[in-house]
Design a binder for this molecule. Structure first.
Ligand code: G
Ligand code: G
Ligand code: MN
Ligand code: NA
Length: 262
């Protein structure tokens, strides 16, 4: 595959860049941070979405250096946001969410790399949230969970991404070092109609109540309308992400959104 063989040189040449999509507090509408979403500016094909190249990078192992690059860039970016808007009077320091592939979890350098990046940038661990898909943790044994547990003990948030799509085992949640559930977009989509499907309402209500009783926060993805946001707020979800607020965009956009909202 042409794209696969081009990946290492692309990393060397700096062809990857990161867009950020804001995370908004449903209660008060304030911007709390953003999720980092990597793109590849390919010299021939233009901007490629992660769906096109992340699987290839996972297959070849390039995901480890690429993922480390994304992590470092994103944490540096959080530092820049915080310096612009934070300081002593910032109530909530702006945070950044970074996606991790399953192969990064099994890579022995994950914890040390993360510690190094946080130390180099001076960003507090609780300003970083690592997103892992539910399917990556299905049947995870203790060896796989150990690095995540170490990171969680340091104060890094771990989010379970695309929650509710896999074989969600709610009882399994207790075992996982996660502090955030990111509800899959499909739940948000079913809030499109008014009134929403009563069964879906019950399911989301149940997930939120279980999550909160376990001390987890709930983030919803794919919010495209104000009606969805309102429904999900009423159901008790904590944070939202989606085109209704902003599409993924350049990091400077977050400054504008934070200012608008201040
Ligand atoms: O940006 P977009 O909405 O097209 O993202 C598509 C998918 O790519 C999402 O599932 C997201 O989790 C994944 N993705 C985006 N950036 C990264 C990254 O830096 N690392 C990994 N492993 N996945 C990413
Ligand atoms: O990590 P994850 O797979 O959740 O990545 C988020 C993906 O969802 C990205 O591909 C992003 O572009 C996409 N996305 C973000 N907001 C919306 C939205 O409001 N609607 C839809 N359909 N997709 C969205
Ligand atoms: Mn994600
Ligand atoms: Na997701």
């Amino acid at each position: 595959h042409g794209l696969t063989t081009a990946l290492p040189a692309a990393l060397e040449r700096g062809e990857f860049f990161i867009e950020y999509q804001p995370l908004v507090h449903l209660g008060d509408g304030s911007v709390r941070g953003a999720e980092a979403l990597v793109r590849w500016l390919h010299p021939q094909h233009g901007v490629l979405s992660p769906d096109r190249f992340i699987p290839l990078a996972e297959h070849t192992g390039l995901i480890v250096p690429l993922g480390r690059w994304v992590l470092e860039q994103s944490v540096r970016q959080a530092r820049t946001w915080q310096e612009r808007h934070g300081g002593a009077d910032a109530l909530v320091p702006l945070r950044v969410n970074v996606n991790l592939s399953p192969c990064q979890l099994t890579h022995p350098g994950l914890v040390q790399d993360t510690v190094d990046i946080l130390e180099r940038t001076g960003v507090e661990p609780d300003a970083l949230c690592l997103e892992v898909t539910e399917s990556a943790l299905i049947g995870a044994d203790d060896d796989l969970l150990k690095p995540l547990r170490r990171l969680a003990e340091m104060g890094v948030d771990i989010a379970l991404d695309d929650f509710g799509t896999g074989y969600s085992n709610l009882a399994n949640l207790r075992r996982l070092p996660v502090s955030v559930l990111k509800l899959d977009r499909s739940f948000t989509q079913s809030m499109q109609q008014f009134p929403a499907d009563p069964v879906d309402l019950k399911i989301v209500e149940g997930i939120v109540s279980l999550a909160h009783s376990l001390g987890l926060a709930v983030t919803v993805e794919g919010v495209e309308t104000g009606a969805q946001a309102e429904q999900l707020r009423i159901l008790g979800c904590d944070t939202a992400q989606g085109w209704y607020y902003a599409r993924p965009g350049p990091p400077e956009r977050l400054h504008e959104l934070v200012l608008v909202d201040a």
